[in-house]
Design a protein around this ligand. Structure first.
Ligand code: AKG
Ligand code: FE2
Length: 288
């Protein structure tokens, strides 16, 4: 499948509400971008409270780069990662400067994600998203606030190295700086230009596995920038950590051979974080 997918919606009112400000959608995007700046503007000692060794919750993590222990060179990025457990947990544990804005942004994204997954599943002969499928497709969510500071030597490093996300889908908001690239044909990289009021949706590895490779996760990267700070706010829509993921029976019903075996999702994620970013190699873990 091509990196971009054209889908038509029968009833797209929820989408246009989000995208076209009818339901105040653009404001929600602006608010979460501003909240991201607010968080990264906090004094260093405030942000440090959320470092792995100090954070009051496993679900709130401030850090630098991707997998520092595994990397030869660090990526030029700081992040705050927020794993969603419940509204109450988020209210108690997430930093006050951004929790309301992130919760509202997540709530709005859900409408779009559900519609999109409905269409994507129908195309795989999955006619109903029951409770089990709902868990597999969107049972857990993680929102990252990414901050890419100005880099004095952008040619010597990267913002984020080339990788695909381990999600089902990633709902990604970027600011107006630019620098995100997706993999095109013949080893080319295609710039994803910032479009005000819009979001980018990426297919992740979990969906590639569950669709038996009919939907392919998109390899992407972010370059470092010598002139401007940049922010982005991805929501990773994931299976639950305890879910076992494998190609859906509906996809294999007509005799198609499974390309991927069953993997425990938390094992898959651990495998991803054990190594530095390196293209789409993570998915080899699930290959038969
Ligand atoms: O900053 C971006 O546009 C993309 C970030 C990204 O790929 C990620 O956080 O996985
Ligand atoms: Fe990514």
């Amino acid at each position: 499948m091509a990196p971009t997918l054209a889908v038509s919606f029968n009833d797209s009112s929820d989408i246009t509400d989000f995208v076209l400000n009818k339901g105040n959608g653009v404001k929600v995007l602006e608010n979460v971008k501003e909240a991201t700046h607010q968080f990264f503007r906090l004094p260093a000692e405030e942000k440090r409270k959320y470092l792995k060794e100090f954070s009051p919750s496993n679900n709130v993590r401030f850090g630098t780069s991707f997998s520092p222990e595994a990397e030869k060179a660090l990526e030029w990025k700081d992040y705050l990662s927020l794993f969603y457990v419940s509204e109450d947990e988020a209210s108690a544990m997430w930093p006050a400067v951004c929790k309301d804005q992130v919760l509202e942004y997540m709530k709005r994204s859900e409408i779009v994600i559900r519609k999109l997954l409905d269409v994507l599943m129908k195309n795989l002969n999955v006619t109903e998203i029951d409770e089990t499928k709902e868990s597999l497709l969107m049972g857990s969510k993680r929102t990252n606030l990414n901050y890419y500071p100005i880099c004095p030597n952008p040619e010597l490093t990267v913002g984020v190295g080339r990788h695909s996300d381990v999600s089902t889908l990633t709902f990604l908001l970027q600011d107006d700086i630019g620098g995100l690239y997706v993999r095109g044909n013949n080893d080319s990289w295609i710039h994803v230009p910032p479009v005000s009021g819009s979001i980018v949706i990426n297919v992740g590895d979990a969906l590639q596995i569950m669709s038996n490779g009919r939907y392919k996760s998109i390899e992407h990267r972010v370059i470092a920038n010598g002139n401007s700070n940049r922010i982005s706010v991805p929501i990773f829509i994931n299976p639950r950590p305890s879910d076992k993921i494998s190609p859906f029976p509906e996809v294999l019903a007509s005799g198609e051979k499974a390309v991927y075996k069953e993997v425990l999702y938390s094992d898959y994620v651990k495998h991803f974080f054990r190594k530095a970013h390196d293209g789409k190699k993570t998915i080899d873990l699930a290959k038969i």
